[in-house]
Design a binder for this molecule. Structure first.
Ligand code: DGT
Ligand code: CA
Ligand code: CA
Ligand code: ZN
Length: 576
């Protein structure tokens, strides 16, 4: 079983951190950081490229020859000699020091060398005892800053989940909507790109009167602290601890600024390079022609014209990560991304027969209200005793009830489903003769999540081989900010899904979003149908579908890639 891209990326990122701490050549550090990112974002397994005699890893952007060799060694042997050397020299707990606001890697290195500080507790003590101020380049103020940084570190590590940021954005837009001085208003940054978590919120305003706009924003009820205020920029912190960056720009630059501050930074770097080749310059003020050291403004009022002036299509923000979008644009293959209105069904939800809050009939009525054509009711199986998982007997009784409801023409097709646990030693939690009577089976792992890569991958691949299983639910088990994914080898899962003609779930719960964007792009490459499910445990949770659709868009999925975007008769055909 080969090493996965995210594991390789993790090794390289760690090397970059440690090199930076050691004060190594910045170009060298950056090369490792770029390579980590390039590989982490790749929709294709590095192991596959390495195994292909006709291809070379250093043909990938961001990966030089030397690094390609190191990656090959890493994949072959499972370790990186350079990383082992670095780790032998620096204790791992020191890495936490690098992440403190107001303490760069260079200063962290001084603290380590001069005071022997190896972890946050030691750093806190040294600050409190006044040892840090005695070092060259530090003072009493540094101690205060570092102490505040330590307190912040725990929270700052946590990026805000998109859905939470979205609730705040709605309030902010409501509030700013009442400001007369605002002509146009758009949230930008990672929020607009639909990233699963948001570091801070970037708001862009078109106005002639920045002072009035800033006063208005400062009066937002949720403001905890104004961090900084200039002529056209303001940063503040909300009670929820989320930082908001506001920028006010003139109308002729609004599109250029929206483009610039939507990012991603990596996308913008590529864009500037393409502009330069055409003798153009692009920044937050507009697109300019440069001739004889004179700059002529060509465009900037709208994003469309910014991209068009550079000979490019308008990119949906979700794709702006410098992954595949520029290649797609060059070959005219920019995908038409899936939209919420395309979704026709929802194939994973719970009732109060297990751990859901609503009854079977209430869930069905709520799905009808939302205009769905078909749903599958998928309560837990018996192994999930905590959730009151269903025995075969209780499940068959629920299915009989579903048969009765379907006979009463409820205005929706209700599939007799089950979320069947994949047992720890492998195998399904319900007998085959029971599963055979289901219309739809999603299989999932809830126990033994810490098993080895081999064990957990075998379990999931085994479930895909079961003829009654239709899809794997939340295939990696990660919970954003809370729980890491299982050690599962997704590439092996993709191959098994293809072999057995199965689907994979994109669980739309905003704490899960599982598969994630990079994995979705990989699944799409394999032609695996993705089913975007809410996993609703109550009627209102049927509305989380939109978070799933947003993640699907980041994975580059079109309507054709999403199984439950098909009308019922076509979905039925897919089920076989
Ligand atoms: P976040 O806040 O960590 O979730 O991620 P972003 O993408 O929202 O990043 P942020 O808030 O630092 O900046 C917003 C956008 O502004 C970013 O996506 C690209 C642009 N930007 C900011 N700083 C720079 C920079 O130094 N260089 C370039 N090229 N673009 C930048
Ligand atoms: Ca941001
Ligand atoms: Ca920002
Ligand atoms: Zn579930």
């Amino acid at each position: 079983m080969g090493m996965q891209n995210h594991q390789i990326a993790g090794f390289l990122a760690q090397v970059a951190d440690l090199l930076e701490f050691q004060g190594a050549n910045p170009f060298r550090t950056r090369a490792y950081r770029h390579a980590a990112r390039a590989i982490g974002d790749l929709a294709e397994p590095v192991t596959e490229i390495l195994a292909d005699g006709d291809r070379r890893l250093n043909d990938l952007p961001g990966i030089g020859k030397d690094l390609a060799e190191k990656v090959a060694t890493l994949v072959e042997t499972g370790s990186l000699p350079l990383l082992d050397e670095l780790l032998a020299e620096i204790p791992e707990s020191v890495l936490a020091l690098l992440r403190i606001a107001g303490l760069g890697p260079k200063k962290a290195a001084v603290l380590y060398r001069e005071l022997g500080i190896q972890n946050l507790d030691q750093l806190r003590a040294a600050c409190q005892e006044g040892q840090v101020r005695q070092l060259k380049g530090f003072g009493p103020k540094s101690e205060t800053t570092i102490l505040a940084g330590i307190d912040l570190a725990a929270q700052a590590e946590q990026r805000t989940r998109w859905a939470e940021a979205d609730a705040i954005v709605t309030q902010l837009l409501d509030h700013l909507g009442q400001c007369q001085a605002i002509r146009q208003l758009e949230p930008a940054g990672s929020y607009r790109r639909g990233r699963e978590t948001v570091g801070d919120l970037d708001l862009l305003v078109d106005s002639d009167d920045a002072a009035v706009v800033m006063d208005h924003l400062a009066a937002f009820p949720g403001v905890a602290q104004i961090i900084a205020r200039g002529d056209t920029k303001m940063s503040l912190r909300l009670d929820s601890n989320l930082q908001v960056d506001l920028r006010v720009v003139p109308t002729e630059s609004f599109g250029a600024a929206l483009q610039y501050f939507t990012g991603s930074q990596a996308h913008n770097v590529v864009l500037r390079g393409l502009a330069k080749k055409q003798g153009l310059k692009v920044n937050e003020w507009g697109v300019f022609r440069i001739k004889d050291e004179e700059e002529t403004y060509l465009a900037g009022a709208s994003e469309q014209e910014v991209y068009a002036t550079l000979g490019l299509p308008w990119f949906p923000p979700e794709l702006r990560e410098a992954r595949q979008e520029f290649d797609w644009a060059a070959s005219g293959e920019l995908p038409k991304l899936i939209e919420l209105a395309d979704i026709r069904g929802d194939l994973h939800m719970h009732t109060n027969a297990t751990d859901g809050r609503a009854s079977l009939r209430e869930m069905i009525a709520a799905a009808v209200d939302r205009g769905l054509e078909y749903i599958a009711v998928t309560d837990h199986s018996q192994r999930v005793s905590m959730a009151g998982g269903l025995t075969a007997e209780r499940l068959l009784a629920q299915w009989a009830e579903i048969d009765r409801i379907n006979q009463q023409a409820p205005g929706i097709v209700v599939l007799k489903g089950i979320e069947c646990d994949i047992l720890e030693p492998g195998g399904m939690d319900l007998p085959d003769d029971v599963l055979a009577q289901a219309d739809w089976v999603v299989a999932s792992v809830h126990y033994g999540q810490n098993q080895s890569q081999q064990q957990i991958t075998d379990r999931i691949v085994g479930a895909l081989a079961n003829p009654h299983v239709d899809a794997i639910a939340h295939p990696t088990g990660r919970l954003i900010n809370r729980r890491k994914p299982y050690e599962v080898d997704l590439e092996a899962v993709f191959q098994a899904a293809v072999e057995h003609g199965k689907m994979l779930e994109l669980n739309a719960n905003p704490a899960r979003l599982d598969l994630d964007d990079v994995a979705l792009a990989a699944a799409r490459r394999h032609g695996i149908p993705i089913v975007v499910n809410t996993d609703a445990h109550g009627c209102e949770q049927l509305d989380v579908m939109r978070y799933g659709v947003l993640q699907a868009r980041r994975g580059g999925l079109t309507r054709a890639d999403v199984a439950n975007a098909r009308p019922w008769n076509e979905f039925q055909t897919l089920l076989g």
